[in-house]
Design a protein around this ligand. Sequence first.
Ligand code: B12
Ligand code: SF4
Length: 651
Amino acid sequence: MHLLDKSKSAPRKVLLTSVCRPLGVRYGDSESVGYELLFEQVTRAQGLFSPRSNHVAFGLEYIAENLEAPTTVLQYPSKRELIRELERGYDFVGVSFVLATYHRMKEVVALIREHSPQSKIVLGGYGTVAPDEMLLPYGDHVCREEGVAFMRRLLHEPEISMPYRHPLIINSLRVFGNKTSRTGIVFGGLGCPNGCDFCCTSHFYSRKHIRLLPTGADVHHVVERYLEVDPKLSILVLDEDFLLNRRRAMEFRDCVLEAGKQLSIFVFASIKALSQYTVTEILEMGIDGVWIGYEGTRSGYAKQSGRPVEEIFREFREHGITILASMIVGFPYQTPEIIEEELSGLLALKPVFTQFLIYGPCPGTPFYEQVVREGTLVPEVAHDKERFFRQGAGFHSMVRHPTMSGTEIETAQRRCFEEDFRRLGPSIYRTVERWLEGYLTLRASPNPFLRAKAEQYAANIRRSYPSFLAGRLFGPTRVVRHGIAELERRLHAALGSPTPKERIESMGAVALAAWTGLKLRVGLPQHPRLVRQTFRLTEAGSGRAWARLHGRISPEGTSVKVERRPASTVWVRVEGSLSGAVAERFATNLRAAMARKKERVVLDLGRVADIEESAAHRLAEGLRSYRHRIRVVLPRVGKVAAIAATFTSYR
Ligand code: B12
Ligand code: SF4
C-alpha cells in the first residue's frame, strides 16, 4: 500500500537514487565500472596493494541537503531495496547516472514505473549528455544543469543563492582491509573554463565554472566544519581546476594561515593554474595532493601552458606533495613507440599515482562533434548507441586511429598500468617516500607553518611503519621489493627504528595483506551496502533522548522534527513561530538531550516564520554551554535572518 499523502498542503516527497548494485563486468557493465576510483581505475594493476574506498553519487546528497521537500537518498540500492523504498510513496524520483550506466538507469526507471507509477521521474548526472531521443522515453524531466536550482524550480521552491548548504560526507580509505584515513568531501565547483576537446564536464557547463563555494572563506568554512567532526580528516575538494581562480585560492590560503591548523587537502589542478603559485603558497593552502592532467607531450591543450611539467613535478616531490598524473592513450599522433616514450617520461617524474584513459568522444564535446563529422566511430558502436554509452568509460577504443588498431590501443593502455606498477611499485609506498622527501626538505624551514607540515608528514610516515614488511614480501618484482626495503631503511634513519608494537603490527599487516590477496584471487564479491539517508523526513530510529524533542511544542502549532545525519550529527528543525516562553522550554529540552548524547546538532531555524527577539536571546543563552556542538541554520531573508547576530558565538 502506498503511504503517499495526496492532500494539497503536504510537501512533495522526493526520492533520489543512484543506479542499483551489483555493478561490475560480471553483471553486464563495462570494465572498470564499479564503486571505486582507485581499485577499479587508478591502482587497478596494484592488486592487494590498492587502497580501497567506495564513492557514492555525491551530487544526490548535495541536492537533498538543499531542498525544502522531505527527501530520501539511496546510494547503490539493490533492486529489492529500491522497490521497498519506492513502496513508501514518492512524488518525484530522481536518478543519477553517467553514460556508462545508461543501461542501469533504464533498469531503475523500469522499477519505478512498476512499483511507483504515480512518481514523476527526473534524470540527472552526466549521463544526460545522451540525446533527447535516448532519454525522454525514460524520464518526465531531464536535468542538464546544476541540480539544486533545477530541483528547486521543479518543486516550486524559491531560488537560493550560492553558497548552498553543504552536506558533510566522509569517505574511509582502507589498506589491506584496515581503515587508514578518512576524507571529507568538499564541493567547490562544477565545470571548467579550460575546454579541453574531450572533456565532458567542461562542455556540460558550456565552459563556465559554477562556483558552488564562491569565496575562499566559503571553502574554508566547509573545511572547518569537517575538522570539527574529526580534526584528523583529510579533505578532497571536488572542483575541476581548483587553483585556476587565483583570488579565491589566495583568500582560502589567508583563511588557512589565520586558522593556523595543518590540513591535508587533495585538489584537481592544471599546469596552467599551478603555475600561478609558489610551492610555499600551495602548501600554505594545506594542499599536499594534486591530480594533474599530464595527457600527452604533444596534446597541446591550453591548460598545459605555464611552468615546465618536469619542474613542477620535481618541486612538488621535494616538498612532499603527492601527484596523481593522468595520461591519455590513443591520440592520433601516438604510436606504440610514442606511448612508450611518453610513459617512460611520465614515470621518470615519479608520480605517486597514474591513470591512463583512452581518448574517447563524449557527446557534447568538440572531439565528439569531430568524430561524428568525420565518421570515425568504429562500426560496432557507431550503429549501436547503447553499446557506445556502455563502453564510454575510458577503457575501450571507439574511434578509428590513423595508425593503431583498437586492440593495440587497449593493449597499450593495459601495459601502461602494468608498467607503472612494475617499475614504480605500489602507490602506498610511493606516498610514504613522498612524505619522507617533504619531511627532509621542510623540517628546518624558517617558515613555522612549513615546519609544522614536516611534522605532519613525519606523523604520517610513522603510522605507515607496519605496512612495510608486507611490501618487502609481496611487492611485484625483486627490484621493487628491494626498493621498499631501502625506503624503509631511510625512514628508520630519519625517524627512528620501529617499536616492538610496530613490529608486531607488521606481522598483523602481512596476515591482512595475504588475506586481501586471497580474497582477490578467489574473486569474493565486494559490493558496498546500501547507504540510505533521509532529509526532513521524520522517521523512527533517532534515539530516545532525541525522539523526546519531536512533535508540537506550543498550542500555536510550533513543532520540532529530529533526524539523524551522517558524521554523528542530529538535525533539529523548528517550524512555526517562537515566543520567549516556548523558546526557553525548547532550549531546556534540547540541553537535556545534549547532556545525554554526544552528537553534534544542527539547529535549523530556516522554517521559523516568526521569532520574538527575546526568544532568540533565550534560545542562544539556554544553549550556550553546548554552543561548540551546535550549528545554527537561519533563513537568509526575513525577520528571522535579522537575529543572526544573536547566534554569532555558535559554530
Ligand atoms: C566522484 C566520481 C565518481 C565516483 C562516484 C560515481 C557516482 N556514482 O557518482 C566513482 C569513483 C565511483 C566514479 C566512477 C565512475 N565514473 Co566518475 N566521476 C566522479 C567525479 C570525479 C565527481 C562527481 C561528483 O560527485 N561531483 C560533485 C557533485 C556535487 O556534482 P555532480 O555529480 O556533477 O552533481 C551535480 C549535477 O551533475 C547534478 N546532478 C547529478 N546527479 C543528478 C541527479 C538528479 C536527479 C538531478 C536532478 C541532478 C543531478 O546536480 C548535482 C549538483 O549540482 C566526476 C568528475 C567531476 N568532476 O564531476 C566523474 C565523472 C562523473 N565520472 C565519469 C565516469 C566516466 C565514471 C566511470 C564510468 C569511470 C569508469 N571508467 O569506470 C565510473 C562509473 C561508475 C558509477 N558507479 O557510476 C565521467 C562521466 C562522463 C559521462 N558523460 O558519463 C565524469 C564526469 C568524469 C569525466 N570527466 O569524464 N566516478
Ligand atoms: S582542465 Fe581538466 S577539467 Fe578542465 S577542461 Fe581540461 S580536462 Fe576538463
